[in-house]
Every structure is written in C-alpha cells, then in structure tokens.
Design a protein around this ligand. Sequence first.
Ligand code: G3P
Length: 226
Amino acid sequence: MTIRKPAIVINFKTYPEASGRNALDLAKVCEKVALETGASIVVAPPMADLALVASSVSIPVFAQHLDSVPSGSTTGHVTVENAKASGAKGTLVNHAERRIRIAEIHEIIDKCRGAGLATIVCTNNLAVSKAAAAMEPDFVAIEPPELIGGDISVTSANPAIVSDTVRSIRQIGRGVAVLCGAGVKNGRDVSKAIELGTDGVLLASGVVKAKDKRAVVLDLVSGLPK
Ligand code: G3P
C-alpha cells in the first residue's frame, strides 16, 4: 500500500473521545475532509475499532501496533495477518507509548511488506531514526517523547531535530519518507513541518481533544502545499 504524500496521520490512541462510536464518527469526519480537499489523511483508531473503522471509510486506516508473533496458536495478540484481514492498510510501529525491541521492528516491517501493508516507525531521536530508516519502512516519524500531548509543536520546540532527521534519512536514501509529530495542532505547524523537509505530520490530541474536530482537520489541511 502506498500512502500519498504529504500525509496527515491522526492517531486516535485510546482516547475515549475517539473510541467505539466516536472512533467511527471521527474517521468519517477525516474521510469527508479528505474527499473535499484531496488531502491525504490516514487514521489509526483504537485497536478494538480497527475492523469497524476500516470497513466504514475509504481513507487508509492503520493499526496503532502489531505483534511479531505467528498467526494461529497465539492468544491476545494482533498479527500482521489479523490487521490485513480487518482491512487495515498499514500500521504504526514502535510508538513512544508502545515501544518494542529492534528485532521486532525489523520483523514487523518485513511481514508488513510481504502483506502489502505500509509501516510508520516512530522514533525518539536521530540515532533511532537512522536505525529505523536502514530497515526501509515507508515512513519514519520523529516524535520527541517529552513533547507528546503538549501544547508546543515539535516544529517550534525543536525544529533542528526535524530538519536533522530529514537530512540524515535522505542521505540513507531508499525512499523512506519522514513525518514529525508531538504537539502538532494547526495548519501553521503542518506548513512548518513541510518547510523543514518532512512529508507530513503524525498527531493525536490536537484533533481528538478538540471540540470542533472538523474545523481542526480542515485547518491542518490548510497547511499542506497547494
Ligand atoms: O502518535 C502521535 C503522537 O504521539 C503525538 O501526540 O497528542 O502530541 O499530537 P500529540
């Protein structure tokens, strides 16, 4: 699965405001904005809502995490095959709130590639971003953990980590795209992310906790290049 760039990736996390019926409603808001504006919007609903959301909207729906265990005699996990069968088009990997070992990151990227699922590997610093890029996921998403859920966007708080990550990953080559996230809230943050060389943003609370979610998604999209 190829995700159109630049992309706005919205992680619903496990917020009640974006779980169950609310997950579906928010995914539909994102779908409507994507259809109206032509923007590339990806949603990652709570794992329990993955199949429901993936079967209800036409925009790409991602898992928030997958387990590197075999399908079959394993219990309580979500495998790459499960996600594919649910209609997911990709997955986040190694999110700051769901870290995994490097060998597992590699295995998940590999299995996803085989299954035609896209991968976004989340990273916390330059060294981890380079290691992730060497494994050739579709995207590396740089997210300084201390800025996650906060009010200051990574693009203002630490623009250097974004541009340094972009530069290093472009040097490694191999067509790996770069996202940035943490504290991203509005169109200005999105346009700054693009200016810093990224292929888009990964965000959560700015959309999920907003009263008027459609207005926020529209504002985010306004920051994409015309
Ligand atoms: O996955 C997105 C993320 O960790 C950033 O969260 O709430 O700072 O947009 P937030």
